[in-house]
Design a protein around this ligand. Structure first.
Ligand code: ZN
Length: 332
């Protein structure tokens, strides 16, 4: 009898103890979660700033972009245009040297040096620059035009696209073409993580070096860049980010200010089906305007001392027996 009472007391004690522990556990869990939540809220703004996320960085760019509007771009070595390419929208066209300086603080790469951004070259020679992007549709007629007219063309290639037709691109280089870096797979770089940005810009360097020669120019997909992109480009060993001041598409040439094409212009085309007809139409326009064509990397490396291919009046025709030869002026 006495043992039984003793046993009941022990059972009651154990049950109460279990109840007490059971009640206290959830309270601890909730308070832990609350702690985690408050610390996350406290850290996130700093983290966003440190990573250069849209808010802070873009605000800096858009305020200072008023410094250089489309109307002040007459000295077009740097400066924005409102011109959108076919697949190359200008997501960040407010960016210029001044805005990049103001966004230095928010770059995860701090004060590291950055590639400069070129929208057009100074109009010192009567030359423009033909750039054709992406590379999904190689075109053998373009090679014939290049060979016949000694026409220098820069191809900004996506590694994934170039890797589908490496033999064509080797032929393109033999025809006087120049292969430059346009990322591995064409993402919006300002929306990539720093690691993603580095992979997209640095990884294709080895491929293009083996295919043609080491790239010296970089064009961001969709024209979408910020200061961090320019810093990563510089780390990849490239000193120039190349934008454009005119677009040739669907048989129409459009300049950033809707005026006549100016010497120094960088013209954007794409490797799309029928790009040979686009090139020929462009050549007709250039011959009429008495503008020649020069190699973009050569002109950047040797300002004022680069060869310019002047096009004959009939250069819009397919290369054949009746077309006259181009003349090449200058160069060092
Ligand atoms: Zn592109």
């Amino acid at each position: 009898m006495r043992n039984k009472k003793y046993l009941i007391a022990i059972i009651i004690f154990v049950v109460v103890a279990i109840l007490l522990i059971g009640l206290s556990l959830p309270a601890n869990i909730f308070s832990f979660q609350a702690f985690k939540a408050s610390s996350a809220v406290g850290k996130s703004p700093k983290k966003a700033q440190k990573l250069g996320l849209p808010g802070a960085a873009n605000a800096a760019e858009s305020t200072s972009s008023t410094v250089a509007t489309a109307s002040t771009v007459s000295t077009v070595s740097t400066g924005p245009t409102a011109l959108a390419g076919e697949t190359e929208g200008n997501a960040n066209n407010g960016q210029n040297d001044k805005s990049t300086a103001s966004s230095l603080n928010v770059s995860p790469l701090g004060q590291a040096p950055a590639a400069n951004v070129i929208w057009a070259l100074p109009p010192t020679e009567r030359a423009v620059f033909i750039t054709i992007d992406d590379g999904w549709y190689p075109n053998s007629a373009v090679l014939q035009i290049m060979q016949h007219y000694h026409l220098p063309i820069t191809a900004f290639l996506i590694e994934q696209a170039a890797a589908e037709h490496p033999a064509y691109w080797r032929e393109f280089v033999r025809a006087g073409g120049d292969v430059e870096n346009h990322t591995f797979s064409h993402p919006n770089l300002t929306q990539s993580s720093l690691t993603g940005m580095e992979q997209q810009i640095k990884q294709p360097m080895a491929y293009f070096t083996a295919l043609a020669s080491r790239p010296v120019l970089f064009r961001p997909p969709y024209g979408d860049y910020n200061h961090t992109v320019c810093q990563v480009v510089y780390q990849a060993g490239i000193k120039h980010v190349i934008m454009w001041s005119a677009v040739m598409s669907n048989g129409v040439l459009k300049t950033y200010n809707d005026k006549q094409l100016q010497p120094g212009a960088i013209i954007l085309l794409h490797w799309v089906p029928g790009v040979d007809a686009e090139v020929q139409k462009l050549m007709t326009i250039l011959a009429t305007d008495h503008l020649g064509v020069a190699s973009l990397p050569v002109a950047i490396a040797h300002p004022g001392h680069f060869p310019v291919t002047m096009l004959p009046q009939n250069s819009g025709q397919k290369p054949g027996a009746t077309t006259s030869q181009p003349s090449i002026k200058g160069g060092a």
